[in-house]
Ligand binder design. Structure first.
Ligand SMILES: [Zn+2]
Ligand SMILES: [Zn+2]
Length: 290
């Protein structure tokens, strides 16, 4: 599709479009399935809903090219739209979780093998199947850090993208020259963070080759969702992260490593058949009805 054909949406127009989708979409049984998911957030103490990609492109086919170009933008629009709908229905809960609301994308159709994850697809969303071979401990990742100077002025730092935080060198109060700032964990905000290592499935391994692997960063609700030995389809956005080299500081290193920023985890039942993809939600339902 050429540039000219691609409709341009402003950030708020995109949020309106995904909001209309969430409010208006009816599943085969006639239920407003996304409104129902949003209504279940507070009772379940959950901060996410799962969007079936097929539902989305069925309603708004033009969103497909946008998803290819800029998945972050769509996911941000979803966070914003879910927050707005939640605010109308459960204002207190919406306020409490407003910065953590997110959409997981199920059945995303773009699938790559682990060997096809490379620098050409940085910023793109992809699915990759593999076996979890390692899971790090769960660590708190800073989202907002509060620092206090000896005069009790507060300096706040926000983690925008990626993993690094620029530690403030000086108090943010313009009349204050203090440089000895203390971080206050009690008033800072952290989210759960974990790194998974995903390795090529034995049956996808070219003969005579050692398996490749890629590290996945997962946050919030995805943490502790899968364990070593699990065969999963990971959906996420390919990113790069600066890597330190011996003798060179991290900031000036020219070496990067690829990471996938995990958005959703689906478990492989059979051998990579699309219909075998299941989300936890479906598993729960299956358990309840069995
Ligand atoms: Zn100060
Ligand atoms: Zn001072």
């Amino acid at each position: 599709m050429s540039r000219v054909e691609t409709k341009q949406y402003t950030e708020s127009a995109l949020a309106d479009m995904v909001k209309n989708f969430l409010v208006q979409f009816k599943d085969k049984s006639g239920a407003f399935s996304y409104v129902e998911q949003i209504d279940q957030m507070m009772p379940k103490n959950s901060k996410f809903i799962i969007i079936d990609y097929n539902d989305l492109v069925l309603s708004y086919s033009e969103i497909e090219s946008r998803f290819n170009e800029n998945p972050d933008e769509i996911l941000n629009a979803f966070s914003r739209a879910i927050k707005e709908i939640l605010q109308e229905r459960f204002p207190k809960y919406a306020e409490k979780i407003k910065d953590e609301i997110r959409a997981r994308v199920g059945n995303y159709p773009v699938q790559r093998s682990l060997r096809q994850i490379n620098a050409e697809i940085i910023g793109k969303m992809t699915c990759v199947s593999g076996m979890v071979v390692r899971a790090s401990e769960v660590k708190p990742l800073a989202k907002e850090l509060t620092y206090v100077c000896p005069d009790h002025h507060v300096t706040q730092i926000f983690l925008l993208k990626g993993m690094s935080v620029n530690v403030p060198v000086k108090c943010s109060n313009p009349k204050c020259a203090h440089r000895d700032l203390e971080m206050k964990p009690e008033t800072s905000k952290f989210i759960d963070f974990q790194i998974l290592r995903l390795q090529e499935l034995p049956e996808e391994l070219p003969p005579g080759q050692l398996p490749h692997y890629v590290d996945i960063t997962i946050k919030q609700d995805l943490v502790d969702n899968s364990r070593p030995g699990d065969r999963i389809i990971l959906t996420g956005i390919v990113r790069i992260e600066q890597e330190s080299i011996v003798g060179v500081s991290r900031q000036s290193s020219g070496l990067y490593r690829l990471r996938i920023d995990g958005n959703n985890i689906e478990f492989l039942g059979g051998r990579g058949i699309k219909s075998s993809r299941r989300t936890e939600r479906e598993e729960e339902t299956a358990l309840m009805s069995s």
